[in-house]
Design a protein around this ligand. Structure first.
Ligand SMILES: [Zn+2]
Ligand SMILES: [Zn+2]
Length: 379
C-alpha cells in the first residue's frame, strides 16, 4: 500500500477541529479538496456542488458506477471531550461522527486512486445532512446526475457496538422523521379579565395533550410511531393572559403511510383547536427525512460477505428510530447503509462522544476489500 492508515486518523482530527453547519462546510470542503490534490490524478475527476464534493475514480473497464457517500456537517453543540484536537469553532462539534465518515471515505478513495477498480467509483461528500438536508438538492444537481451511481453504500458510526462490529439488516434500518412546529395566536389581556382575552396557554396545553392520543388511538398497535413534543412555550408573565403559544416536536414512523396518517391527524387536531379556541394556528413541518430502507439483494450480498471475514463481527440489528437523509439516495438507487462500531459510552449528538479511532482502519479495510469484490452481477 502506498499510503498509511495514520494519514486518515490525522485527517479525521483535522476535520474534527473545523465542524461547520449545513451548507457552510467551506473549510471542510477546502481541506478535502487540498487532500485530493495530493493523490495520483490520472483517474480522478472532481466536481463541487455548493459545499459538497463529488469524485469519480475511473475504472479500468467500467460497466457500472459504484457509489459511496459520506456526510460532512457538524452540529451546534459545545464540545466537552478530552481531545487535544477539540473543535476550534466555538459552539460547533462533530458529535455525529461525520468527521470519521469523511476520513474513512478519503481512505477508500485513496486506495482506489492507487489501485483502480474495474468499475467507476463515485465518492459523494454530502453537505447539510443534519439539516436542512443535502441529499435531495444534491441528487437533483447536474453534477450528481452526470455520475449517478448504479449501487450506493454508506455507513454511520454506532457508539454502542465494539470496534470490529458491523450491523445492518435488509429492509428498513432508520425511521421516517419529521419535525413539528405549531404556533397558536390568540388575544392577550389582563389575568383578571379572561372574558376579554383568548388564552393560548389553555389552547396550547390542550393541543399538546390531544396530540398524545394519535399514537394510542390512531396508529396500529403493531406499528411503531413516535410523536414527541419536546418544547412547549406560551405567555410572558404570571398575570398576563398569553396571546401566543408554541409546540415543538418530532415525529418518527417506520412507514411512509404512517407518517402521512400522523401528519393528517395533527393537521386536523390543529385545525380543530383553531375552531374550538377561536385562534389562528400555523404548522411548520420543519425538516423531514425519509426512511433508510436497505435494498434486500445488495444488503444480503454484503452481509454474506462480511460474515465470512475473520476480523468482522456481523450483527443483524433491529430498526433505529433515528433519521438519516441517506434514505433519499436509497429511494432511487439500490444499496445499503450499515452501522460501524466505535465503542463509546456517549450517544450520537452527545458533547462527550469520543469514537474509537481504530474503527477508521477497520472501515477502510472492509470497504476496500468489499468494493474490490463487487461485480456488475452483485448490484
Ligand atoms: Zn446526527
Ligand atoms: Zn450522522
Amino acid at each position: 500500500m502506498s499510503y498509511n492508515m495514520e494519514t486518515f486518523i490525522q485527517l479525521r482530527r483535522a476535520l474534527h477541529q473545523i465542524p461547520e453547519p449545513g451548507f457552510k462546510e467551506f473549510k471542510t470542503q477546502q481541506l478535502i479538496l487540498s487532500y485530493l490534490s495530493t493523490l495520483p490524478s490520472e483517474r480522478l475527476e472532481i466536481e463541487t456542488w455548493r459545499t459538497g464534493i463529488l469524485v469519480k475514480v475511473s475504472g479500468t473497464n467500467p460497466s457500472i458506477r459504484i457509489g459511496y457517500r459520506t456526510d460532512m456537517d457538524g452540529l451546534p453543540i459545545s464540545e466537552n471531550t478530552s481531545y487535544a484536537f477539540q473543535s476550534q469553532h466555538q459552539g460547533f462539534m462533530h458529535a455525529c461522527g461525520h468527521d470519521i465518515h469523511m476520513a474513512i471515505t478519503l481512505g477508500i478513495l485513496t486506495h482506489f486512486a492507487h489501485n483502480p477498480h474495474q468499475d467507476d467509483l463515485i465518492f459523494i461528500f454530502e453537505p447539510a445532512e443534519e439539516g436542512p438536508g443535502g441529499a435531495l438538492p444534491m441528487m437533483a444537481s447536474a453534477q450528481f446526475q452526470k455520475w449517478k451511481p448504479d449501487l450506493i453504500m454508506a455507513l454511520h458510526i454506532a457508539p454502542d457496538y465494539p470496534v470490529g462490529t458491523i450491523a445492518t439488516r435488509p429492509g428498513i434500518l432508520f425511521a421516517n422523521t419529521s419535525e413539528l412546529f405549531v404556533d397558536l395566536y390568540g388575544t392577550g389581556g389582563h389575568a383578571a379579565r379572561p372574558h376579554q382575552a383568548n388564552d393560548m396557554v389553555i389552547a396550547t396545553s390542550h393541543l399538546a395533550t390531544q396530540l398524545q392520543t394519535i399514537v394510542s388511538r390512531n396508529v396500529d398497535p403493531l406499528d411503531s410511531v413516535i410523536v414527541t413534543i419536546g418544547k412547549m412555550t406560551a405567555g410572558t408573565k404570571q398575570n398576563i393572559i398569553a396571546d401566543h403559544g408554541r409546540l415543538e416536536g418530532t415525529i418518527r414512523t417506520l412507514t411512509l403511510a404512517a407518517m402521512e396518517k400522523v401528519k393528517a391527524r395533527i393537521q386536523s387536531m390543529v385545525e380543530a383547536t383553531a375552531i374550538g379556541y377561536h385562534c389562528k394556528t400555523e404548522i411548520d413541518w420543519g425538516c423531514s427525512y425519509c426512511q433508510v430502507e436497505n435494498h434486500v439483494k445488495p444488503t444480503q450480498h454484503f452481509m454474506h460477505w462480511a460474515q465470512a471475514q475473520p476480523d468482522i463481527n456481523l450483527v443483524e440489528c433491529s430498526v433505529a428510530m433515528t433519521g438519516e437523509d441517506f434514505g433519499y439516495f436509497l429511494r432511487e438507487i439500490p444499496g445499503f447503509m450499515f452501522w460501524l462500531g466505535v465503542d463509546t459510552p456517549y450517544g450520537l449528538h452527545h458533547p462527550q462522544i469520543e469514537p474509537n479511532e481504530k474503527a477508521i482502519a477497520v472501515a477502510i479495510q472492509t470497504m476496500c476489500n468489499y468494493i474490490s469484490e463487487i461485480r456488475q452481477s452483485d448490484s
